[in-house]
Design a protein around this ligand. Structure first.
Ligand code: PMP
Length: 367
C-alpha cells in the first residue's frame, strides 16, 4: 500500500504553490462567527466535556434523521450512527465486510480504496461514465460481489452524477441479488441546480448511506454519519466502539447547537453552492481558453472537475508542474492498478479566481 498522493502533496507544497490538488472547501466561507457563538454557548454545560454515547448524541442524530425524513426517506435517530468523518464510516463498514469482494467505480475515491485494501476487500472495478456506472458491467460484477461502493453525486474524482434512470436500475439490481449498497454522499448538498434522490431511499434495508459535515460546514469538526437499518447499525456498533468509544463530543454539541437554527444552515449552504458554481464556471471557461486540448464535461455540483489531455502521462506532467509551483492530482491515483493515464482531477472550490487563471497558465507552461 502507498500513502495518498494528495495527502503527501498537502504536506510538501509551500505557500507559493497554487494547489488544485486537495478536496478543500473555501475557508473564506466557513461560518466562523456563528461557530464561535455556538461554541461559547455549549460550554455553559460542562457535560459537553464528559464521555458520551457511542452512537452519537441523540439530538444531533434526530436532526440528521429529520433531514432524511423531510426528503421522503423515513428515518429515525436509531437509524443514524455518528462517525468521525465519513472516512471512519467507511472504515467501520469495510471492517464489517473484511475479506469480501466489492464492486467499485473506476475511477474511485482513493481514501476508500485504501481502506478496502487495508481490510483485505477484493475490489472489482466497473467503468464510470458521465451519467453513472455502466449498468450491464455493474450487474455482472454485483451478481458475484453482492456489495458495492458508489458515489452517485458529483463523484470524487470523476465529477459525474448518476442519472435518475441509472439510480433506479442500480436499486433494482441490489434488490434482485439481495446485496448491500454503500452510498457515499459527502457532496450531495453541493448541487448547482437541484438535489438528486439517493439510491438508498429505495433500499432502506440494503444500504449504508454515508453523509458528512466536512464539505458543508468544516472538515476539522470530523463529524460524519451512517444511515442504515437498525439491524445493520446494531451489527456495526461493536466496531465503532472498539475504534474510539465515540466521536468528539464537543464537535457533536457544536453541530447540534448550530443546526437548531435551520434557516441559518440553509442560507450557508446556498452561499457555498453559489460560490462553487461561479468558480466552476470560471475554471471551465479558463480551461477552454488556456488549455483547449483538455476535454471535460462541466460538473453539476461538488468540488472537482475531471478531464483528460490528448496524449500524455499526467503523472509526469504533475512532476513538471510542481517545479513550476502548481499542482493537481493525476488520474492514475484513482485507479486500482494505478494505470498510466492522461486524466487529471482539478479542485476548483479552494482557489481564488486570480490563482485559477495563473495556475492554469502555469500548467500550460509545463506541458
Ligand atoms: N468520501 C469521499 C468521496 C470524499 O471525497 C471524502 C473526502 N475527501 C470522504 C469520503 C471523507 O470525508 P470526511 O471524512 O471528511 O467526512
Amino acid at each position: 500500500m502507498k500513502r495518498s498522493f494528495i495527502r503527501e502533496i498537502l504536506e510538501s507544497i509551500d505557500e507559493q504553490t497554487i494547489s488544485f490538488a486537495g478536496g478543500l472547501p473555501n475557508e473564506k466561507l466557513f461560518p466562523v462567527e456563528d461557530l464561535k457563538n455556538v461554541t461559547q454557548k455549549i460550554f455553559d454545560n460542562p457535560k459537553v466535556l464528559q464521555y458520551s454515547v457511542s452512537n452519537g448524541i441523540k439530538p444531533l442524530r434526530e436532526k440528521i434523521a429529520q433531514q432524511y425524513s423531510n426528503e421522503g426517506f423515513p428515518t429515525k435517530a436509531e437509524n443514524i450512527l455518528i462517525t468521525t468523518g465519513s472516512q471512519q464510516a467507511m472504515y467501520i463498514i469495510a471492517k464489517y465486510f473484511e475479506l469480501k469482494d466489492i464492486t467499485v467505480e473506476e475511477p474511485s475515491y482513493l481514501g476508500a480504496m485504501n481502506i478496502f485494501k487495508l481490510n483485505k476487500l477484493k475490489m472489482q472495478g466497473v467503468k464510470l461514465e458521465e451519467d453513472g456506472i455502466i449498468i450491464d458491467a455493474f450487474e455482472k460484477s454485483f451478481e458475484k460481489t453482492k456489495l458495492a461502493y458508489l458515489i452517485p453525486d458529483f463523484q470524487n474524482p470523476f465529477s459525474s452524477t448518476y442519472s435518475q434512470d441509472k439510480r433506479e436500475q442500480i436499486a433494482k439490481i441490489v434488490q434482485k441479488y439481495n446485496g448491500i449498497l454503500i452510498e457515499d454522499s459527502p457532496y450531495s448538498e453541493l448541487y448547482f441546480d437541484k438535489k438528486n434522490k439517493s439510491i438508498s431511499k429505495e433500499l432502506p434495508q440494503n444500504s449504508f448511506h454515508l453523509g458528512s459535515f466536512s464539505k458543508t460546514l468544516a472538515p476539522s469538526l470530523r463529524i460524519g454519519w451512517i444511515r442504515a437499518s437498525e439491524t445493520l447499525i446494531r451489527s456495526i456498533m461493536i466496531i465503532k466502539e472498539s475504534i474510539d468509544l465515540h466521536s468528539c463530543g464537543i464537535s457533536q454539541h457544536i453541530l447540534d447547537e448550530y443546526l437548531k437554527d435551520e434557516n441559518r444552515y440553509k442560507m450557508h449552504l446556498q452561499t457555498i453552492r453559489n460560490d462553487y458554481k461561479t468558480k466552476m464556471n470560471f475554471f471551465a471557461q479558463t480551461l477552454e481558453e488556456v488549455l483547449p486540448e483538455f476535454t471535460f464535461t462541466k460538473p453539476k455540483g461538488g468540488m472537482f472537475l475531471y478531464g483528460k489531455f490528448n496524449d500524455l502521462d499526467s503523472f509526469e506532467l504533475v512532476q513538471r508542474c510542481m517545479k513550476n509551483r502548481v499542482v493537481f492530482v493525476p488520474g492514475s491515483e484513482f485507479y486500482i492498478d494505478n494505470r498510466k493515464t492522461s486524466e487529471v482531477r482539478f479542485n476548483y472550490s479552494h482557489t481564488n479566481i486570480e490563482d485559477i487563471k495563473r495556475g492554469l497558465e502555469l500548467v500550460k507552461a509545463s506541458l
